[in-house]
Design a protein around this ligand. Structure first.
Ligand code: PLP
Length: 448
């Protein structure tokens, strides 16, 4: 049993006060810290020397697993050659090379790929960038009255002001003002009809008609774009009902609204195709990515834009076409990490590997049905959401206890509210699927 011991001294235990931790119960964590000090393959090593199986690819980002030498040496080489160079009115070859490589695998069908790439530093920046590109596009095509942005309840689009405005998670919004004019579709989660579905649920395509209702309410001429996660991850794995994304696409087309897919977690092979747009066969106008772009190694994001969007902005008078960008857009070291990541994805077939594992993954996860307090299980590609019944008066506590128990026994899971979300690296082996299911199932039996 990989249980914690009190004996070994914790390696290099640091002082904990100064680091204000993100999305963390700081006081609770600092009273009982959980620390990783190394990572390799499918495992982390804790500061007391235990191996922990990574059930979450870090934070949905290390799709090729940890400690990849190819990425490390590419980063080292690039740092020694040229550590940084600006991309404002200057260029460096590796940024162009990376964009070209990304264009080859860009979301969308052959001939209609979204193969124009805008680099950012994170998922949140990709979201705000895509929203701004959508607004700039509408203006460029003479539709400057279209300033409204539509998101969805329970959506997560990072933490920028644009992202929280279209996002739909109340805790991320309530302390902050949001953009005027943002509105929301209802979320697609319907456990009464769709509980314990493998893959796409049968019921709920008609929820896409909410966009028609918002068009009727606000006027199409006020709406610039609609953004959704094809599979909502951070809000607890909500899989789009059959026909839903197709319907959303059709409504956007009918009303001149741009469709944006936030693929920060679904991009780079998570579902078994390079992008969710490919997996579902629905092509948006813009796609936000980050995380798996560099295998989580160096922070970076990218927005993929369709040529119609890009070219509309290139049509204007000479000069800067889009007043937007980041110091680190196209950072050479991040590009080196990204190129090495794409090599690994290609050489190991990782952008489609989840398709081979998906059936086994779904079976193992759905076998947890019937365990203590499990009220729903949702799976698609190499993602699972296992929903527990909340304890009366203590929402989130049951799943948190499962998380702590799993960690103590050598498995990293992620919880959001009372939902366990799993998204292991795509190098996962069949035996590790069983291990994840066993440790999680035991934890649920023990503490749920
Ligand atoms: N969009 C989605 C769908 C995400 O899941 C995330 C992060 O989990 C983000 C945006 C934000 O990305 P970042 O944390 O890199 O800013």
């Amino acid at each position: 049993l990989n249980a914690p011991t009190d004996a070994p001294a914790r390696k290099n235990a640091p002082a904990l006060e100064a680091f204000w931790m993100p999305f963390t119960a700081n006081r609770q964590f600092k009273a009982a810290p959980r620390m990783f000090v190394a990572a390799d393959g499918m495992h982390y090593t804790t500061d007391d020397g235990r191996q922990v199986l990574d059930g979450t690819a870090g934070l949905w980002c290390c799709n090729a697993g940890h400690g990849r030498r190819g990425i490390a040496s590419a980063v080292e080489r690039q740092l020694a050659t040229m550590d940084f160079a600006p991309t404002f009115q200057m260029g460096h070859p590796i940024a162009f090379e990376f964009a070209e490589r990304l264009a080859e695998i860009a979301p969308g069908p052959r001939g209609k790929k979204l193969d124009r790439v805008f680099f950012t530093g994170s998922g949140s920046e990709s979201v705000d960038t895509a929203l701004k590109i959508a607004l700039a596009y509408q203006r460029a095509v003479g539709q400057g009255t279209r300033t409204r942005l539509i998101g969805r309840e329970r959506g997560y689009h990072g933490v920028g002001f644009g992202g929280i405005s279209v996002g739909g998670i109340v805790s991320n919004r309530r302390a902050f003002p949001t953009l005027p004019g943002a509105d929301h579709l209802r979320h697609t989660h319907d456990p009464a009809k769709n509980a314990f579905t493998k893959g796409q649920p049968e019921h709920g395509a008609e929820l896409a008609d909410d966009l028609e209702r918002l068009v009727a309410l606000h006027g199409a001429e006020t709406i610039a774009a609609c953004i959704v996660e094809p599979v909502a991850g951070s809000t607890g794995v909500l899989v789009p009902p059959k026909g839903y994304l197709e319907r959303l696409r059709a409504i956007c087309d009918a009303h001149g609204i741009l469709l944006i897919f936030d693929e920060v977690i679904s991009g780079f092979g998570r579902l078994g195709a390079p992008f969710a747009a490919d997996f579902f066969g629905v092509t948006p106008d813009l796609v936000c990515t980050a995380k798996g772009l560099t295998n989580g190694t160096i922070p970076m994001g990218a927005v993929f834009a369709g040529r119609h969007v890009h070219d509309a902005l290139m049509d204007g008078p000479d000069g800067i076409e889009l007043f937007h960008g980041y110091t680190y857009s196209g950072h050479p070291v991040a590009c080196a990490a990204g190129l090495a990541t794409l090599d690994i994805y290609r050489d190991e077939g990782l952008l489609t590997r989840a398709a081979e594992l998906a059936d086994d993954w779904a079976s193992a996860m759905h076998d947890l049905r019937g365990r203590n307090r499990v009220i729903d299980i949702r799976t698609i590609g190499l993602i699972a959401g296992i929903e527990l019944e909340p304890r009366p008066g203590a929402p989130g506590k049951r799943a948190y206890d499962v998380f702590v128990d799993c960690f103590a026994r050598g498995l990293l899971i992620r919880v959001t509210g009372d939902i366990v979300a799993l998204s292991p690296p795509l190098i996962l082996e069949h035996g590790q699927i069983d291990e994840i299911a066993r440790v999680l199932g035991d934890a649920i039996d023990r503490v749920a």
